[in-house]
Structure formats: structure tokens, C-alpha cells
Ligand binder design. Structure first.
Ligand code: CUA
Length: 337
């Protein structure tokens, strides 16, 4: 029985277990924001449990000690009435104190959360799309602004500021190991500040129903030591690698002459679409289609061939390609590390 209860509790709080060894659990806080919420939720849960037990105890006592039938049930006993009024007054007072106390605790937690990114050096703009995440690393120098998708690298041990917005419907950003959830709202910016105490891979999920493929809107935060993060950022800022073989060159030429360029940008080429994810270094990411497929050549081929069978309703159209053409485009995209 105890084991069953443990499983139920863990399942209720943890949600779906991530497939890739990434952490995704509000019960395993890995940063100050999630740790604060972790403390708060356990305090609320424990206090609520105590109050619930007290209420049930009083109810059972009342049932066990109920009065024998009296001759005149409507006759009032003055001393009993006084005692009852006393108890009700105490209970009302205790309820007010508990409510005020919990409100104050929430308030102080909110203050702690708001202070986490006070000296954040890194601002990342996250824009929700049906059904993927656009990630933009802000910088005063336009040449150092980086746009990528679905995977956020951050330096571990440093606070970062995430500015959240949306282009279509309301989404919600939730990486439970690192922070609470916050909505991405069209025409409005929300700010979420977090820090990953340790390097690691933290998975998240869109947490607001946003249409057909809401469930396939995963996100990953990869926290790494500062030097690794800097190296990653420098690499991502480079234009896309040049094709290295005849097949990759053929794939490049096809990409540039097909509708692909209408939606996708590949830095250093003529492809400049901004409707879909930026593909400059697409193969350096660990997943494809917002956490739906692992990133490899077979996933790329499957996705390009028939996106609707993998993510029905996704806005990626089918581009009519022959077998050789598909192989070339996959070879070229796989080159974009
Ligand atoms: Cu985006 Cu649910």
C-alpha cells in the first residue's frame, strides 16, 4: 500500500518521465527558483494535511459524542452556547491567521524569485509558436544576436533572464527542475529569472494547452560551465558550414531553390525565412520538431518526407522531393552542425 501511494504521489508531482536522461521534476530542484517553490509547496501541503486531519478529527469526535435525544431539542443551554461560540471564534481566528501567514509566505517567495536574476548578464528572448520555441540571445551588437530553436544553452551557476512572448496563442514555459511555469502571451512580455546550480540537461514542456500539437512542444535547457557555454555561443554565431561533398552541395542548391527558404533561415546563405526554426546549426541540436524526434539523418528524412504523420497539424508543409533529392537535402542539413 505504501509503495502504491509513493508511486501515485511521485507520478502526480513528476509528470511524464523524460526519455533522454534529462531531469524534469519539480521534486528535484536544481536551482534557487525551483528550490524556493519546492519548499513552499511542501509547507503548504504539510500544513493543509494537518488542518485536514484536525477537521476530520473534530468531525469524528462530534459523531462519537453526539447527544442523546432530548425532550425538547430546541431548548437552549446557555453555558453550552457560550462554549460553542468560544470554539467557533478560536477556529475563525486560527483560519484567518493561517490564511494571512500563507499569503505572506507566497509574497516573500515571489520576492525571492524576482531577485534571482537581478544581476543577470544574459537575456534570452523566448517566443512561443505553434508548436516550437524560438530562442534569441540578445546582445547590444546586432552581429552577436543569436537565433536558434527549442534548445537553450545557459552557463551553470549564473542567473539568466528569460523574456517570454508569443506570436499566436498562449503557451506556457515550464522547466520544473529549474523554475515555476510562466505564460507566453501574444502582445505581452513576461520575465522569468532562473539559475541552474549544476551543469545538466533539464527538460521542459509547454504547460498551457495551445492546440493540436501542444503535447509535442518540448524544450530543453542545457546548463554547462561558462567556458563550454562561451565556446558553444561562438560556434553558433558562425555562419553555416559550407557543403563538403557533391551530395551536400546538391542538397544546398535544392534547399535554396525550393519553398524551404520561404520559412527557414540558414546563416551565410540566401535562405532567410523567419516563419520556421532557424536551421543554421540545426544538426548541433539534440532533438528535431521541439523534442519530438532525436536529431539524426533518419529523423530529418522522416520529418521532411511527411511532417503531418509525425506532428499532425504542424505548419511544416510537404515539399515534393524525389528519393535522391531527399537524400541530398538530408545530407546537407546533417552537415549543419
Ligand atoms: Cu504551446 Cu502548449
Amino acid at each position: 500500500m505504501r509503495r502504491f501511494l509513493t508511486i501515485v504521489c511521485v507520478a502526480a508531482f513528476q509528470g511524464c518521465a523524460p526519455a533522454s536522461g534529462a531531469t524534469q521534476s519539480a521534486l528535484e530542484p536544481m536551482g534557487p527558483a525551483s528550490a524556493e517553490l519546492f519548499r513552499l509547496i511542501w509547507f503548504f501541503t504539510a500544513l493543509s494535511a494537518v488542518i485536514w486531519l484536525a477537521v476530520i478529527g473534530v468531525m469524528i469526535t462530534a459523531l462519537v459524542r453526539r447527544d442523546r435525544a432530548r425532550a425538547d431539542p430546541l431548548a437552549l443551554d446557555a453555558s453550552r452556547e457560550r462554549r460553542a461560540t468560544g470554539w467557533v471564534t478560536v477556529a475563525t481566528g486560527a483560519t484567518a491567521i493561517v490564511l494571512i501567514g500563507l499569503t505572506l509566505l507566497s509574497y516573500f517567495s515571489n520576492r525571492t524569485l524576482a531577485g534571482i536574476g537581478a544581476d543577470a548578464a544574459l537575456t534570452i528572448r523566448i517566443t512561443g509558436h505553434q508548436w516550437w520555441w524560438e530562442i534569441r540571445y540578445e546582445n547590444e551588437q546586432p552581429s552577436r544576436v543569436l537565433t536558434t530553436a527549442n534548445e537553450i544553452h545557459i552557463p551553470s551557476g549564473e542567473p539568466v533572464r528569460l523574456v517570454l512572448a508569443s506570436t499566436d496563442v498562449i503557451h506556457s514555459f515550464w522547466v520544473p527542475s529549474l523554475a515555476g511555469k510562466l505564460d507566453l502571451i501574444p502582445g505581452h512580455e513576461n520575465v522569468l529569472e532562473l539559475r541552474a546550480d549544476k551543469p545538466g540537461v533539464y527538460r521542459g514542456q509547454c504547460a498551457e494547452f495551445c492546440g493540436f500539437q501542444h503535447a509535442h512542444m518540448g524544450i530543453v535547457i542545457i546548463a554547462e560551465p561558462r567556458a563550454e557555454f562561451d565556446a558553444w555561443l561562438e560556434h553558433q554565431l558562425q555562419p553555416a558550414p559550407q557543403p563538403a561533398s557533391g551530395e551536400e552541395q546538391a542538397g544546398h542548391d535544392l534547399f535554396m531553390n525550393r519553398p524551404c527558404v520561404m520559412c527557414h533561415k540558414i546563416g551565410g546563405t540566401t535562405a532567410g525565412g523567419i516563419v520556421g526554426p532557424n536551421l543554421t546549426h540545426v544538426s548541433s541540436r539534440t532533438t528535431l520538431a521541439a523534442g519530438t524526434l532525436p536529431m539524426d539523418e533518419s529523423s530529418l528524412a522522416a520529418w521532411i518526407t511527411d511532417p503531418q504523420s509525425i506532428k499532425p497539424g504542424a505548419h511544416m508543409p510537404v515539399v515534393d522531393l524525389g528519393g535522391d533529392e531527399l537524400r541530398s537535402i538530408v545530407a546537407y542539413l546533417d552537415r549543419l552542425k
